[in-house]
Design a protein around this ligand. Structure first.
Ligand SMILES: Cc1cc2nc3c(=O)[nH]c(=O)nc-3n(C[C@H](O)[C@H](O)[C@H](O)COP(=O)(O)OP(=O)(O)OC[C@H]3O[C@@H](n4cnc5c(N)ncnc54)[C@H](O)[C@@H]3O)c2cc1C
Length: 460
């Protein structure tokens, strides 16, 4: 079946026209026109041109925010929703699902996002500015496992791919957020500021029921795409104790590290590594100057999980993506001041009026990167039952379902274990790959292609 041609969203179309009218902002599109044969469509070419000019990118992002800002979830029109699909969370997997669904000829799903209009985009939209780099390499083409040498950050059905907006080895959060937001604008009806508090069974054998901060609705199908969950210690949130996301949001503002001379980072995963990079000035972005704000010392409480206290040990044991961190550790002869210390213990922060104390040492700031846990959402549908796969007992597991209720979990929210093929390909050796887009995005797109519509016969 050929994918239906969907008219471009008026918001996106108007921004393209406005950019083409402005000499400075148009430079990217003009450059891309000279290579028009390299793009799959005129829209892709124009959006890639917009992505090349920061002011044009910003204009697009601002317009999307302004559009979503004006939207209120009309929960009282209950009758309308029991024939609709609703997704919980406006992140990468929701974008992939909605784009694939519309490509199959189904209506645009409704998306409920608890965050603000700026936070549409999920985990990568902690800031719409570039504040951290991904750990999956940027490659051209379509999605596949790392050993296939295919694209790792591919957004199925996306209007544009990361490989068409940056030539850098690792895209930034802002590159990804921009693409996810564009795709949601095109293929979904997003309502920010709505928190889903319960997913339950619907009437009979079909549908589902949602409780939300805006009221309760009966829906044809619900897809829970809440990502990895809420950060642990997120209630900490004081000026001097931040989670990873809170630090990243702050890194997108002016003078984010003002007065932060000595900082503790707690945790050993990729978020902690990205936090360390930000504090040492080797992450993207940051609106300040070293002459104004300089972190002299970062103590990294890893609980013994990081193998590498010195420059050479760290280089020998860490993935290439994080190798630059090594030069700030003890033993780098070309950089005698040791700004980073790997502490082998776990860190326990306690706030002070003007700082924080971690394991008897005082700091200006502590950043907790201690993982996430399932958010406090009731699950009266009972999600533990069923993993959706192409054929019973065989094939790739795509999602989790609270069968027979039309309620699914997709992406990291589905908690899909590494398969035998993934283990054999070495994907399972890196724990962070559990939530990697390259392994879960094709599953989400396949589910969108597999599920029937939610109108008509299915309700009988
Ligand atoms: C530092 C870092 C680097 C990463 N690098 C990579 C990488 O290189 N490659 C890779 O493949 N993956 C990477 N990831 C993982 C990737 O970000 C996630 O796997 C991906 O964003 C998951 O997408 P999602 O749509 O499932 O969830 P998310 O993007 O987390 O979006 C979930 C959304 O749900 C919303 N939500 C939650 N609860 C509710 C509720 N009750 N009601 C309404 N809305 C709700 C949230 O506000 C959020 O916007 C990285 C993650 C981090 C933090």
């Amino acid at each position: 079946m050929a994918a239906p041609v969907i008219p471009l969203s008026p918001v996106i179309r108007e921004v393209i026209e406005e950019v083409m009218d402005k000499k400075r902002m148009r430079e990217g599109i003009d450059a891309c026109i000279t290579r028009s044969g390299d793009f799959g469509s005129v829209t892709e070419m124009r959006l890639a041109g917009i992505a090349m000019v920061p002011e044009a990118r910003q204009l697009m992002s601002d317009r999307l925010t302004a559009y979503w800002d004006g939207r209120r979830f009309p929960v009282d029109i209950v009758g309308d929703y029991d024939t609709r699909e609703i997704l919980v969370g406006a992140g990468f997997h929701t974008a992939a699902y909605c784009a694939s669904r519309v490509a199959m000829g189904f209506p645009k799903p409704v998306v409920l996002e608890r965050g603000t209009p700026e936070q549409v985009g999920g985990a990568f939209a902690v800031s719409l500015k570039p504040v951290f780099r991904l750990n999956s390499r940027n490659r051209p083409g379509t999605v596949g496992l790392p050993d296939q040498d295919k694209a790792l950050n591919y957004l199925p059905g996306g209007l544009l791919q990361p490989s068409m907006v940056t030539s850098e080895e690792y895209p930034t959060n802002a590159d990804m957020a921009w693409l996810i937001r564009l795709t949601l604008m095109q293929y979904a009806n997003v309502y920010p500021g709505v928190t889903v508090t319960d997913i339950g069974g619907g009437r009979g054998d079909y549908g589902a029921r949602l409780s939300t901060s805006s009221g309760n609705v009966a829906v044809g199908r619900v897809l829970d795409a809440r990502g990895t969950g809420d950060e642990k210690d997120s209630e900490a949130g004081s000026e001097r104790m931040l989670t990873f996301s809170q630090l990243m949001t702050r890194m997108g503002t002016m003078f984010p590290l003002r007065g932060m001379r000595q900082v503790a980072v707690i945790g050993s995963g990729d978020s902690a590594k990205c936090a360390v990079e930000s504090l040492l000035g080797i992450a993207p972005g940051n609106s300040s100057a070293i002459g104004l704000d300089y972190t002299d010392r970062v103590d990294w409480y890893t609980g013994g999980q990081i193998d590498g206290r010195t420059c050479s040990e760290f280089r020998d044991n860490q993935r290439g993506r994080y190798i630059r961190i090594a030069q700030y550790l003890e033993g780098n002869i070309s950089n005698p001041s040791t700004r980073l210390r790997v502490m082998s213990t776990k860190g326990y922060p306690v706030p002070l009026p003007d700082g924080v104390i971690v394991n008897e040492r005082t700091y200006d700031l502590a950043v907790t990167c201690t993982g996430s846990e399932r958010p406090s959402l009731n699950d009266s549908a009972g999600f533990s039952y069923f993993k959706v796969q192409r054929r019973q007992g065989q094939g790739t597991i795509l999602a989790q379902q609270a069968a027979p209720v039309q309620a699914y979990r997709i992406g990291p929210a589905a908690g899909i274990e590494f398969s035998e093929a993934e283990t054999a390909a070495g994907v399972g050796e890196i724990p962070a790959n559990r939530v990697a887009m390259f392994r879960l995005a094709p599953r989400t797109a396949a589910l969108a292609a597999m599920l029937p519509g939610v109108t008509g016969a299915e309700e009988k």
